[in-house]
Design a protein around this ligand. Structure first.
Ligand code: NAP
Length: 284
């Protein structure tokens, strides 16, 4: 049976150490890290994410600024708010909860965030920095996954790593981080000719497809580290991942559960990025 990678526990440890560092930082500089979260519209899942982010800020000793805007908000109005926050010294990180309503260009809004406050690391300037390995912030989900892999003690260098899914927020940056850690990386997607064959070669398998339980036990190398990013619903409407946990946990060496795996890490990494942004701002 695979060892369960406990994302909840690891996330709590990281948030605990950020809390301690933040208290020291505030005492030394008088600066309290601040995160502004903008939510446009009333998507229930987004409302939960925003609430959790606010709670996490309070827990680690940050200031949190919440902007709840109606669905009818125009792109110009949203960019105006972002621009104001770009120039607000108490705000070190700006996060615009995605998805945005269809009449607003996500690309335009992301590009309006100052790269130094872009704690999601979605701005093209930060994406480019991730490519070259010279970055201030890493996108939260892949950064959290790197912590989860580190917690297993399995060395990435020289290992065959397979990432299933090539989204800009998970798959692509994930592959880049594994490459920076000297893994030999294969990226798979919906047009991959033989997904099973590719997955079977993986010492480290990261799955981010949004397709419930699509990775089965016969697709996993015995002993592999399996990271499940998916947040899906099964046939009974129950939360599950992209990996068939019950089957795959009999084959894998280490596996993340859903919930309680990757999800909690994303918020911990957001706190880390906000703290980093505050430190950079204070040193200028
Ligand atoms: P996305 O933008 O929809 O991308 C999905 C990717 O999976 C695409 O690259 C797609 O290939 C690939 N794919 C879909 N079906 C496939 C198949 N049958 N075989 C191989 N590849 C396939 O998704 P995302 O934003 O990366 O999110 C993926 C999942 O992670 C979702 O369940 C999401 O809710 C979850 N998520 C969780 C967190 C967290 O904090 N826990 C954070 C972000 C996302 P093509 O490019 O060829 O279409």
């Amino acid at each position: 049976m695979a060892e369960i990678i406990d994302g909840k526990k690891i996330s709590a440890q990281i948030r605990g150490s950020i809390k301690e560092e933040t208290a020291r930082f505030i005492a030394e500089t008088g600066v309290t890290p601040g995160l502004a979260v903008i939510l446009v519209g009333s998507d229930p899942a987004s409302q939960i994410y925003v609430r959790n982010k606010k709670k996490a800020c309070e827990e680690v000793g940050f200031k949190s600024f919440e902007y709840l805007m109606p669905e009818s908000t125009t792109e110009e109005e949203l960019k105006e708010l972002v621009n104001k926050l770009n120039h607000t010294s108490e705000v070190h990180g700006i996060l615009c909860q995605l998805p945005l309503p269809k009449h607003i260009s996500e690309k335009a809004v992301i590009e309006s965030i100052s790269p130094m406050k872009d704690v999601d690391a979605f701005h093209p300037a930060n994406v480019g920095r991730i490519m070259t390995g010279d970055y201030n912030f890493l996108p939260c989900t892949p950064a959290g996954i790197m912590e989860l892999i580190k917690s297993t003690g399995v060395e990435i260098a020289g290992k065959k790593c397979v990432v299933v899914g090539r989204s800009n927020i998970v798959g692509k940056p994930m592959a880049m981080l594994l490459l920076h850690a000297n893994g030999t990386v294969t990226m798979c997607h919906s047009k991959t000719a033989d997904l099973k064959k590719e997955c079977l070669e993986a010492d480290i398998l990261v799955v981010a497809t949004g397709k419930a339980k699509m990775i089965k036990a016969d697709m996993v190398k015995p002993g592999a580290v399996v990271i499940d990013v998916g947040m899906d619903r099964d046939e009974n409407g129950k939360l599950c991942g992209d990996v068939d946990f019950d089957e795959v946990s009999k084959v894998a060496g280490y596996i993340t559960p859903v919930p309680g795996g990757v999800g909690p890490m994303t918020i911990a990494m957001l706190m880390r990025n906000t703290y980093t942004a505050a430190k950079i701002a204070a040193s200028r």
